[in-house]
Design a binder for this molecule. Structure first.
Ligand SMILES: NC(=O)c1ccc[n+]([C@@H]2O[C@H](COP(=O)([O-])OP(=O)(O)OC[C@H]3O[C@@H](n4cnc5c(N)ncnc54)[C@H](OP(=O)(O)O)[C@@H]3O)[C@@H](O)[C@H]2O)c1
Length: 243
């Protein structure tokens, strides 16, 4: 059990990739806090992830709201592992992009993630160890029509990954990203519909990912097996960015 004795917060751990990561973390012995906006979804996810002896709990939080972010840090922390997974990803062509949705994506994916991480880092630093895994996307390093703002938020997250690795490495905290390709989750099906399957067909591996496959990459980076890995972005994209 690789995460025995560790406490992890997985934002957006109530569905999709985050929920699968929570299952793997529980299997590996961690105590897991999952967050999301919807209380009922949170309760259902806790029951589904089903850690015996109460090893999973839910904290309601909206990453787009700074008060909510502060409350999440206070209720979840201190943690040994932080997985910044929750994100907003509505699609829009650049010429149709409205300001409200632009701001919601940056507030959630960049501002919320930034200040949550900043609030939880001091405890990791005090302990002399910790691991942060940011969930990015292959679109951060590719031109994907309809994903301009979303891709820009994730490119910012990959930049933060490198800066944080440089700022906190000497104090024992590793910071990495996973950049998934199209993955079959409830959220992506709402936003992209059949387009997800079509995108998967264009990849070298010729298919979409299962959320469990992305969760495995997150687990690897969070675990001691990645002890000498920091500042990296691991492509889990079926080969998309290799071609
Ligand atoms: N699926 C893909 O194809 C794909 C590809 C590349 C990267 N990714 C990245 O992978 C991560 C997870 O995506 P997913 O497909 O698993 O998404 P998902 O199925 O939509 O799940 C998203 C999770 O985040 C929570 N969430 C959404 N907005 C939130 C907010 N403002 N504040 C707090 N929690 C919020 C959701 O719960 P509530 O709705 O209840 O808040 C849910 O638990 C995201 O960072 C996404 O950008 C996904």
């Amino acid at each position: 059990m690789e995460l025995q004795g560790k406490v992890a917060l997985i934002t957006g751990g109530t569905a999709g990739i985050g929920a699968e990561a929570a299952k793997l973390f529980v299997r590996e012995g961690a105590e897991v806090v999952i967050s999301g906006r919807d209380k009922e979804r949170g309760a259902a996810a806790v029951a589904d992830i089903g850690g015996d002896g109460g090893r999973v709990r839910f904290v309601q939080a909206d990453l787009g709201d700074l008060d909510s972010v502060r409350n999440l840090a206070a209720e979840a922390g201190p943690v040994d592992i932080l997985v910044n997974n929750a994100a907003a990803f509505p699609t829009a062509a650049t010429l149709d992009q409205d300001v409200e949705s632009f701001e919601a994506m940056f507030d959630t994916n960049v501002r919320g993630t930034f200040f949550l991480t900043a609030a939880l880092l001091p405890a990791m630093i005090a302990k002399g160890e910790g691991s942060v895994v940011n969930v990015s996307t292959m679109a951060a390093s590719m031109g994907v029509p309809g994903a301009s703002v979303y891709s820009a938020t994730k490119a910012a997250l990959e930049s933060l990954t490198r800066t944080w690795a440089a700022e906190f490495g000497a104090r024992g905290v590793r910071v990495n990203s996973v950049a998934p390709g199209p993955t079959m989750t409830p959220g992506v099906l709402v936003e992209w519909g059949d387009g997800v399957e079509a995108l998967g067909n264009t990849l070298p591996l010729g298919r979409t990912a299962r959320p469990q496959e992305i969760a495995e990459a997150i687990l690897y980076l969070a675990s001691p097996r990645a002890g000498f890995v920091t500042g990296a972005t691991l492509a889990a994209d079926g080969g998309a960015t290799a071609v």
